[in-house]
Design a protein around this ligand. Sequence first.
Ligand code: ADP
Ligand code: MG
Length: 449
Amino acid sequence: MKDIMVIWQQVLEKLELRVSSVSFLLWIKPIKPIEIDDKDNLVIATPSVSAKNQILRNFIDKISECCFEIVGKPLKIVVLDQNEEIEYLKNNRVEEKNVSAKDEKNPFVEKFTFDNFVVGKSNQFVYAAARTVAEHPGKRYNPLFIYGGVGLGKTHLLHSIGNYIREFSPELKIQYVPCDKFTNDYIASLYSPTKNKSIMEFRGKYRNLDVLMVDDIQFISNKKETQEEFFHTFNELILANKQVIICSDRPPKDIPTLEDRLRSRFASGLIHDIQQPDIETRIAILHKKSQLEKYYAEDEVINYIAEHIDTNIRELEGKLSEVYFLATLSGKKVATMEEVTDIFSNHMEEIKNDLTPDKVISVVCDYFNISYQDITGKKKNKEIVEPRMIAIYLISEILNLPLVNIGKLFGGRDHTTIMHSRDKITEDLKHNKKTQTLVNEIRNMLTKQ
Ligand code: ADP
Ligand code: MG
């Protein structure tokens, strides 16, 4: 049985995109995955009876949908409250099972391989670097630092390196660790009653390696002691020509409160970014997923999804699976535009119901770091005018508010001024890459509120 923690982590990443951020924090995050048993039950524990009821009432379908996408077969979700959890652990000896399964288990997601990674303009250099590192660990780019936005394939690449090395150099010791696990392990060792022994164990685990991969290193900012420990781990490995690979959602220079010496260490190897995929790559990725996961869909469907979701590959494939899932519910074998229309219009409805013009304005202000007064006021400098036009465009496009009403929100501007702003952005979106990125990022922030 695959490591439940690895699977659950993937499920969480998918769920985060499908429930509101409040629900995610309140109900989904506290869930503790227990095990997947031999009968394909996925057992999860919640902290209380009311949390359990919430999950059963509102989230169970989404959880099972995401599990299906990850595991590739239907699992029955069994939800426990805190007392049932204790009882369950006692009766099922889960700890023992997990320990005995530990040696054989592959910590890497099997599907995350180089073969399954579609290479395009946005990621070809990173792909080549990752491949080189997998083929010659410790010999070439060391450290390799990969950064890029959410859902663009960083974790996929780390696991590809892991899977590759396991296959072709199985004697090498590899450790893949999300940054917060590294932090938690370290803190646990500091506060353990047998502190010295625990720290030695911690070091034994992370310094005695041929390859160390740390995912989402941006979470190390603000954690001074962990940075210190990581610095030493890092040096020891690099000095011994062991490979270090690091991923982050931003380049080292933009990670706040990162110690300078770490920053310069990161820069001593190769730093590469993954960019947003272009339309051809998005289409190719969807075709790949459709083959791989057996989510059959007409070409038109694939093209439509690729055109409409352009910032995040996780979301891209999530949409394909939602569309396919809906098709299978009505007994179809191949998804058609009918499901696409359903899903995309529902989604827009949901978003619209939650959105107000004020919220759009605040998100735009947050994004550009300007004030509400300025954006709705009279200032005419470029730093204010562009955000203002984008806010106007988004309110008119997403909320369909009459121009006159939008004018009122922006300090009583005339409806022709509003129309001009809207049309200017519409025009820019056709050819200006910067505007496309700005508008997409803000739209993404809005749909994830
Ligand atoms: P990140 O770690 O950057 O947030 P992930 O590596 O988790 O993103 O990728 C999100 C999803 O997108 C995964 O399911 C992954 O398989 C898929 N994905 C990302 N890039 C590619 C690619 N180039 N080809 C195929 N699938 C991809
Ligand atoms: Mg990731």
